[in-house]
Structures are given as C-alpha cells and as structure tokens.
Design a protein around this ligand. Sequence first.
Ligand code: GAF
Length: 378
Amino acid sequence: MKTKILEEFKTRFGTEPSLYASAGRINLIGEHTDYNGGFVFPGAIDKVIMSAIAPNDTEKVRVFSIDINEYAEFGLNEDDVPPQSWARYIFGVCREILKRGGTVKGFDAVFAGNVPLGAGLSSSAALESCFAFALNDMFNANSIDKFELAKIGQSTEHNYCGVNCGIMDQFASVMGRKGKLMRLDCRSMEFEYFPFASDDYELILVDSRVKHELADSPYNKRRASCERVAKRLGLETLRDATIDMLDSIRTDITAEDYFRAKFVIEEKDRVLAVCDALNKGDFETVGAKMYETHKGLSKDYEVSCEELDFLNDVARECGVTGSRIMGGGFGGCTINLVKKDLRDKFIETAKEKFKEKYGHEPKVYPVVISDGAHKVEE
Ligand code: GAF
C-alpha cells in the first residue's frame, strides 16, 4: 500500500510527501453508550487509511483516492464543500481545524486503505484521524492535543457528513495503542489502557457483508430517542439514569423510547462488569456479557439484521465464548471471543452455514490490536 501511494503521489504531484496513517477500530463492549455519556471499550486495529501529503503553496487541496479512483479539488472556505462524499471527510477536517483557530494551507494528498468499507470498522474515523493528525503535524507543529484531534473528526461527522456520532471511533483511531484496549468514560473523557492478551482466547471478526451506512440511517433516530428520555428524566444524558428511574416514567414515553433507553442503561453497566472480569482473567463472564449485548442490540435497540443474528446463533451453537454485533449496527461484523482451539472449527462452520443460507461466505478478520494515528517512517 505504501509503495502504491508513494508512486501515485510522485506521478500526480512530483513533490516529496510525508506519510501518515490512522486505524480502524474494534469495540469489545459498550455500544451506543458514547453519545449517552457512558463507557466504551475500543481498540485500534491493524487496518488503516494511509495518506501521502505535502503542502502545495496554494489555497487549494488536491486529493486522489486510490481505492475509489477519483480526484477531488477544493478550497478551504466554508462554501467550498466538495461534491464527492468521500472528500467531505477531508474538507470537514480542514474546516474544523480552521474553526478552532488552527492553520491549514493548500496541500496535495494521495490516500488508500485496507479498512473494509461499510463493515462497521470505522473507515471514516480512520480517514478523518489520518488527515487531522497529518494537518496538525504539517501546519500546526502538533499544537492541537490528541483528544481535540478526535473531536475534530467527530465534528466533521456532525457538520459535514450527517452522522450525529459519539466520540468512540475517532478516539480509538487517534489514541489506539498496540496490544491495548481502552476503557473510555465518555462523560469525563478519562481513559485507561487495558492489555488484551491471552494464551487461550482470541478475537475474530465475522463480516456479514451487509453494508452498514450510518449517514441518513436510523442511527440518528436512536440518539434522538435517548436524548428524549434523558430530558424527560431531567438529566443531561442517560449516564445517570437507572432502570427504576426509567420504569417510573414508562407510561409517559413511547414503548420504543423505553426499550432504547433500557438497552443503554444496561449496556453501561456491562462495560464495567467486563473490565472487572478482564482484570480477573474471567473470559467466560466477558463472553456472557457480549451475548447479552447482542440480545439488547437486536431486540431492544433494534440495530441488528437477520444475517448478524444468524451469525450470533452460529457462534453460540459452536460454543464460542462471546459474540455480538459490533459498532453502530445495521450490518457489518460480529465480534467473537473464541477459544484458540475452537478457532478453525468456528470459522469453517460460520462460513459453511452462512453460505448455505445466504449464498456467499462471510469475510473473516483476526483482530490485531495496533497503534492509532501516526507518521509512517519511510
Ligand atoms: C458508530 C458511531 F460512530 C460511534 O460513535 C458509536 O456510537 C457506535 O456507532 C455505536 O457504539 O460507530
């Protein structure tokens, strides 16, 4: 990928670029809790968006996407928004840095990636974080702190891409560290690195290949439900809500809002339970919580789909320790906590059964927990 990017850059622009990369993410547990002030437990993975970038002494950004095979060119003013949806992520990052008083000048860029698109592994956060990190290094002497870089990516989603996401994906993409998951408190923004290494277990992603797309999806509606319930309870977010509090207003809210909030309140506690269990090396409890999350996401939060429920059932039938839909939902991957000696059998069975039912195999990716945004040494 690196060579391909550098060659393309040389052919198109002929100057000497620097290389930057940022990662996709997994999340062990804590789904749809970030925008509710709750806890999440993500990590960066070994799949990245990488870009060659060089200032071009103009006021224009000229950028080529190798994977989409498209070129975009835009200015840096608010009304210069490019028509290509992929370019809006980069435009948004530039604008968000400028809005915060940072510096962005014209630059040339060529980028590519191996984060599967639409698989719920946050390729968009990887793209935003790669450019936020690069522009901070290139034009701002790294004066913007890393949390702010994550927020720049998040604001890009809100203001230029139509997704009212939380902070988890950009946080993981920027702050990720090799071999470590991170427990983030999305209210205080305090976080802790947790080593994730086991001789007996590994994490495997099974991609249903149902494309997940958050823009214009019911994702924003889920968030609105949570905000309505929090407001009704007189709270800023559902972070401080309990099931008893929710039950006390049950007749005043819609059944739909009730079940959305119920999931979030329960999920918040599951993250903490999983951290305790991990500290004790109790992977059985971690796995049990993952199955609970899947059930909640499927039945109460309603962000699963038939294919993901099927993959979850197959995992359970195979004796996989934990399995659940991962990320925003509406397609994408399940994340599976699998005993190493069951690994091959599980993958084989999942592929076989899925193909029998849906006519094609799911894709399978082993999880390698890796570093987040960084400058790539040549
Ligand atoms: C998506 C969002 F971008 C995240 O902020 C988070 O809400 C996630 O869905 C669900 O946990 O990835």
